[in-house]
Ligand binder design. Structure first.
Ligand SMILES: C[S@@+](CC[C@H](N)C(=O)[O-])C[C@H]1O[C@@H](n2cnc3c(N)ncnc32)[C@H](O)[C@@H]1O
Length: 319
């Protein structure tokens, strides 16, 4: 693995996850193992670390980085959406903290050779887990125009979704669109030069992001894992999520807000009928962003958004 990740917002993650010696902590997105390493050193010598990543490269790399703590570490190649099964298999009912740092690792972006970036010419693969069957090229070559436009619009918030989808369907009749460069050049040709000059980002940024989200079912995985993660926390255990764009952050924000609500009944009802207790306490009322210094030093961190919650103890234990 050529790229070692400088973990995003390490001080903030340390603060909100609040790891202490002897705890059991899950990092659901090991990536370059920067956060994992920090967590392992904080829970040592008796803590238990569970590191999950759906990318085999990340797991392989983490084995080296986490060597000093490997006797108290489980590294698992899996989707964090399978958290329940993973913890059941390890015989763990609950853990003290869970970290999810959603998105791409530097290795995936720069060195995996899987076409995540429009700046390199690579096969359009984009699978984080190469055991999964569908690549980005499969989608580009076979999806119908409506589906493509839906992907670009829903996962990329791309204004020109329909234009790009139409161009792809037309172009693929004669040309092979299975390389990242060919796709990005086609997108660039579809954007009037004046408009491209005004844009702050490369014209293909949103299309590449949307494809990656679709290939890896990223939003579904996130929606699925959040309630499971909270369920599998010990009372007062922490869940900390780092996300990189507004679509993900919206899911985290709404889920945390719902889980922190006292009662879901219509306020007009005289008494509570739902019997709900809030499951979590919000540790971050507003989203937390990296500081000035980190943004200057680590461009990868610029769009990071952090939110965290603590699991509420059952009501009878609340003081
Ligand atoms: C931003 S990187 C994590 C960086 C890491 N925190 C560090 O300090 O180096 C995101 C990682 O999460 C992994 N990932 C994304 N979605 C996943 C999922 N649903 N299940 C398991 N791993 C996932 C990716 O493969 C990638 O390696």
């Amino acid at each position: 693995m050529a790229h070692y990740h400088t973990p995003c917002m390490p001080n903030e993650v340390a603060y909100y996850l609040n790891c202490r010696p002897g705890q059991t902590i899950v990092d659901g997105t090991v990536g370059g193992a920067g956060h994992s390493r920090m967590i392992c050193s904080q829970i040592a010598p008796d803590g238990l670390f569970i590191g999950i990543d759906q990318d085999k490269d990340a797991i392989r790399h983490a084995r080296e980085v986490l060597a000093p703590w490997i006797h108290r570490t489980h590294l698992i190649h899996a989707n964090f959406g399978d958290l329940n099964r993973i913890l059941d298999t390890l015989g763990l009912t609950a853990v003290d903290g869970i970290l999810l740092d959603i998105g791409l690792s530097l290795h995936q972006l720069k060195a995996s050779g899987r076409g995540f970036s429009f700046t390199q010419d690579e096969p359009l693969d984009m699978r984080m887990n190469t055991d999964n069957p569908t690549t980005a090229a499969d989608i580009i070559q076979t999806a119908d125009e409506r589906t493509l436009a839906g992907i670009f619009r829903d996962f990329g918030e791309e204004r020109r979704a329909k234009v790009f989808a139409r161009a792809i369907v037309r172009e693929r009749e004669d040309a092979d669109l299975t390389q990242s460069r060919t796709l990005s050049e086609l997108i660039v040709r579809m954007v009037p030069r004046r408009e491209a000059a005004r844009q702050k980002i490369h014209p293909a940024t949103r299309v590449f992001m949307a494809l990656r989200i679709a290939v890896n079912h990223e939003l579904e995985n996130l929606r699925q894992v959040l309630p499971v993660a909270v369920r599998r926390l010990n009372p007062l255990g922490r869940l900390c999520v780092l996300s990189f764009h507004s679509l993900e952050d919206r899911i985290v924000k709404h889920t945390f807000r719902e889980m922190s609500k006292d009662c879901r009944c219509d306020p007009a009802l005289p008494v509570c009928a739902c019997g709900r207790n809030p499951q979590v306490r919000l540790l971050t009322r507003k989203v937390v962003r990296p500081g000035e210094a980190e943004r200057a030093a680590n461009p990868m961190a610029r769009s990071t958004r952090l939110r965290a919650v603590a699991k509420r103890p059952p009501t009878e234990e609340v003081a």
